[in-house]
Design a protein. Sequence first.
Lengths: 277, 304
Amino acid sequence: MNKLLHAGLRRLRQNRIFWVVLIAVFVLSLLNVYNSIRSWQSMTQDDYVVTLEDYFYNQAPFTGAFFAVFVSLFLGVEYSDGTIRNKLAVGCRRTDVYLSNFLVCLSANLLFLAVWLVCQIPGFFVIGPMEMGAGGFLSYLAVAVCFTAAFTAIFTMVSMQTSNKAFSVVFVMAVWLVLVLAASGIYDRLCEPEFQGGYAFIDGVFTMVEPTPNPLYLTGTVRTALEWLLDLLPTGQAILMADAVIEHPFREALLSLALTALVTWGGVWLFRKKDIK
Amino acid sequence: MEYVLTAEGLSKRYGRFQALDGLSMHVPKGAIYGFVGKNGAGKTTLIRLICGLQRPASGAYTLYGIGSGDPRITQARRRMGAVVETPSIYSDMTAEENLRMQYDILGLPAYDGIPELLHLVGLEDAGRKKAGNFSLGMRQRLGIAVALAGDPDFLVLDEPVNGLDPQGIIEIRELILKLNRERRITVLISSHILDELSRLATHYGFLDRGRMVKEISAEALEAACRKGMRLEVTDMKALARVLDGMGVEYKVHSDRQADVFARLGISQLTLALSKEGCEVLSLQEHDESLESYFLSLVGGDSRE
């Protein structure tokens, strides 16, 4: 396992895809912080109250796309160049091959995450410190690290099951998109207000309307289940992070770790049964 | 006899296609074992099984006496190197970087052996050129170098000369012979280029429809290949009468040409034919080739 990990990290350092994604994350993060500062300046001029939290994490939902591209291309090469055979033919255990690939991809994805967060630092100096404080920031950081692990586990499993690199990229991106759509849908429903009402334009005048219950508002078990599901999905956590509305960071981190363990176990199980050509 | 690899009753199915059907084989230590079969006969499937890339549906094999179901089979595989189908190399790395990768995978403590390996396969001058820009022959040689990284004593090569130009074929042949003779490496080599295989192999396994039709040493094969002569005559009926009279086996190709599977006195035959009013137009001695032996074993129908 250590040997495979060592070899994998060597390959990572020399890998063009890794450097391209790293530079892309770096450039986009700088653009993001630049836009955030411009937006903050404009808002404060108009006397709106905005904080660093409103900008700092808004790139979170897109991190999954970078992870998806990197993992699918990096692992896809193992099949397209056939190099996975070199490992198995010399007696490396399939579990070790899978886990080392997961850990190498996780290392790269954590580095992308670090680049994203480090690039946001200028925001501290211009916009000011976060209202959530150091504790809040650290809990958000823990959630980000854990959902990165969950993303990596999911994308590793899909990539290791797909022998064709092009298909792997398409399939992994499709999985990411489905997860994004699922999380967005759930989040939108959970954001529905409990009551509808407010002002209405009646007979040429604005009139206060009595609030009525919103039929789209979810209650009871369904609401609780969807809240847990949103907390479970890495894309859900990323969306909550972007809006800086994470209520249960500890729960989300634990759910991500559980999802990572479960998906990795399933991935190893499937990979051990896979016929490799 | 000591065997590096044995297989008994190996079967493998892909959907409805029976790739291997109770295959058995025995690869002696020190041999160059030529694995002969048509496309789809099951050559690559067998190699995938013994390399641990796939699992047999039934049957078993042993590597250095260790059974495929034994957990120690992974250790036994450390003594082998393989090039399955296409060379397994990172196209965005140089030859040296590819070898360094394989050294890391094997956990070898130093990279000292890399220059020697590159020299062995004739890639010492490849320099900073990426493997993706290599010719097919260079890729094949790098694939073999990667397979040799762990200093194996069993090398598995799947169609190593496929698609190579004549120069490339000669280079690979010489490399395989060198590895076998100088390093005492046992080689299992699959091919359907029979002429090329006949220049290398010390043992043969003939495969058809997932089954081993025959295993034979090169010496035994040479003895089994019938020697004879090809005759061109003016009267085929007269030739047939004479050969029948001599009790000699023959095969008629046309009304003027036949193969005679015996060493006959040419004067005696010519005289006998002359008495029948038949002239010998030409006479040529020949050995039955590996190709015709193979076709006689598996039949001539082509299946792609």
